[in-house]
Design a protein around this ligand. Structure first.
Ligand code: ADP
Length: 550
């Protein structure tokens, strides 16, 4: 017997309708490309999203058509999130930090019919246009008429202006209701392990993820919060904040392209931001700015850090020096992205000092909806003892089942488990801790060494701005860890003093065999260390030692 409750579909448009109705004046503040502040309320955003849906209809966009975006976090990007998905088309967010080759591949693979872009990306578009002319019919610059650039495009590809199209349109549009499993948005992985792959979210997965983000032990957004997503809307939906904030009636403060410490501090203080989310490199930049300038964060209570392991320095310094709590989160493009979140529970109440920091360094507990397990290379399930590490597998209603264009279920095993490519431990309390990405693991004499733990400790040294641990060849142990460090501005690295941070904290055989000072480390388009290129460069370092300063 089926239950007799109403079977109403979970629609993305319903989130915006809810916000417009209940939080009409709640603000969406955007720093524009020109550096000005734009502000309006959710009611106005909903009206303009309907107007945009009409624009898209007139441009020939229909069900399931892909509409690409190359844009920063801002109000027009929000309108695209809702307007495109809401009219039953697919909002395809593209990471502009990827190589032009990858972007061209992604646009063609996604089959985007239109491309919406911020003015910043005009030069990129000029180079890209001939390579995407097979599918993209028009480029729409997200700008006012008087800001339009001259942009030579191939024959058959129009150059259009967002605000001109909007002015000529109308709002006579009702959000349609349809199957909640319909595709809503598309985001490609960064391609660090091969060609980028498309993750195709649905209305259902997006709404359920937004509910989950808003649960109390996760982001727990409320209508009194003012949220500044530093995480970009062009990669994994800014961790769902464009949906979870309006769902809760929280204000959104969109930073646009200005993500340096000084710009973020100014915007956070002037817009009374209460919480923010981003990757560790952003918060490192903010911390350095605060320390150097003596400025304070006047209203920020909480920073969510994820995307890469959160260094101990950030967990401790923001709390001790600025009274800001740091929450650690884990996820990936394939998990919408949130999978785990770390806030202490009642049984952790006695933890303090170093023990508490150790707990908070972990990536967190599975959010309800996400099933987790760790398995050995033979597929056998491993214990949740906090010590045994294995391949992390997840499943749940906002986890990828198959990549764009592939057969349903083809990204999972027969029981629906998705292999994350991360290696992790899970403790008896359910806290998961990533020790490595499977392709980055260091196996020395047959035993695993956690590069993440070694990197975290290295950046706790006051002279170290950034650190990478990579495995390099060793004649006896097969692989040994090598530490690469970038000094803080104006500092020099004393290898012995850096090595001292490991004393008593990790087994002796984990200690890096050498410390190399470098001026910078390579990153992927999502801000993670690009270890593949480092491994290639330093593979023979211990066999034929190179200078330890470059
Ligand atoms: P890609 O860069 O391939 O697009 P994502 O942006 O989806 O990947 O990143 C997913 C990966 O980022 C995870 O599989 C994990 O390796 C890493 N990651 C995300 N959050 C954390 C975290 N808090 N700690 C350590 N690693 C993390």
């Amino acid at each position: 017997m089926l239950g007799l409750m109403q079977d109403r579909p979970l629609m993305i448009s319903a989130i915006l309708r809810h916000a417009a109705r209940n939080h009409a004046a709640q603000e969406v503040v955007s720093k524009t490309v020109a550096g000005k502040l734009h502000r309006y309320g959710y009611a106005e955003m909903e009206r303009r999203s309907r107007r945009l849906a009409r624009v898209l209809q007139r441009l020939g966009i229909g069900d399931h058509d892909r509409v690409g975006t190359l844009a920063w976090n801002g109000f027009r990007h929000m309108e695209l999130y809702y307007g495109v998905s809401g009219m039953r088309a697919i909002c395809h967010t593209i990471n502009p930090r990827l190589s032009p080759d990858d972007i061209a591949f992604i646009v063609n693979d996604g089959g985007d019919k239109l491309l919406f872009a911020d003015l910043t990306f005009a030069p990129l578009l000029e180079a890209l246009a001939p390579r995407i002319a097979g599918c993209v019919r028009a480029v729409v610059m997200m700008a006012d008429a008087d800001e339009m650039p001259t942009l030579p495009l191939p024959a058959g590809m129009d150059l259009l202006c967002y605000e001109t199209l909007m002015a000529a349109s109308d709002e006579a549009y009702d959000w349609p209701e349809f199957d909640e499993r319909t595709a809503s948005s598309l985001c490609y992985t960064s391609g660090t392990t091969g060609k980028p792959k498309g993750v195709l979210y649905s209305h259902r997965s997006t709404v359920l993820h937004a509910y989950a983000v808003n649960s109390a032990d996760v982001f727990g957004l409320r209508s009194v919060h003012r949220v500044l997503p530093v995480v970009p809307m062009f990669h994994v939906n800014a961790w769902g904040t464009p949906y979870s904030a309006p769902m809760a009636g929280a204000a959104l403060v969109m930073p646009g392209r200005h993500l340096d410490g000084a710009s973020l501090t100014a915007l956070m203080n002037s817009e009374r931001v209460t919480m923010s989310a981003g990757v560790p490199t952003i918060w490192m930049g903010l911390l350095q700015h605060l320390r150097a300038s003596g400025e304070r964060l006047e209203t920020v209570k909480r920073l969510v850090i994820g995307g890469s392991a959160c260094p101990r320095l950030l967990l401790e310094a923001f709390d001790a020096e600025y009274g800001v709590t740091v929450d650690h989160a884990w996820g990936m493009t394939e998990t919408s992205p949130l999978g785990t979140y770390n806030v202490p529970k009642a049984s952790n109440a006695d933890l303090a000092g170093d023990d508490l920091t150790r707990l908070r360094e972990k990536q967190g507990r599975g959010i309800f909806g996400i099933d987790m397990k760790i398995v050995g290379d033979d597929g056998a399930t491993l214990p949740w003892d906090g010590a045994t590490s294995g391949n992390l597998m997840v499943r749940g209603p906002w986890v990828c089942g198959a990549y764009f264009g592939q057969a349903p279920g083809s990204a999972c095993d027969a029981e629906g488990w998705f292999a994350t490519g991360d290696v992790a431990t899970i403790d008896p309390d359910g806290y998961m801790e990533i020790t490595d990405r499977s392709k980055d693991v260091i196996k020395s004499g047959g035993e695993w060494i956690s590069s993440i733990m070694l990197e975290n400790l290295a950046v706790s040294h006051p002279d170290v701005a950034e650190a990478a641990i990579i495995s390099v060849a060793h004649p006896k142990w097969d692989e040994r860890p090598l530490l690469l460090v970038v000094p803080m501005p104006g500092r020099t690295i004393d290898a012995a003093s850096v090595m001292a941070v490991y004393e008593g904290r990790v087994p002796r055989w984990w200690l890096p065999d050498d410390v190399v000072t470098v001026s910078e480390l390579p990153h992927t388009a999502t801000g993670k260390l690009h270890k593949l290129s480092l491994r290639e460069k330093y593979r023979d370092h211990l066999l034929t030692p190179a200078p330890s300063i470059e």
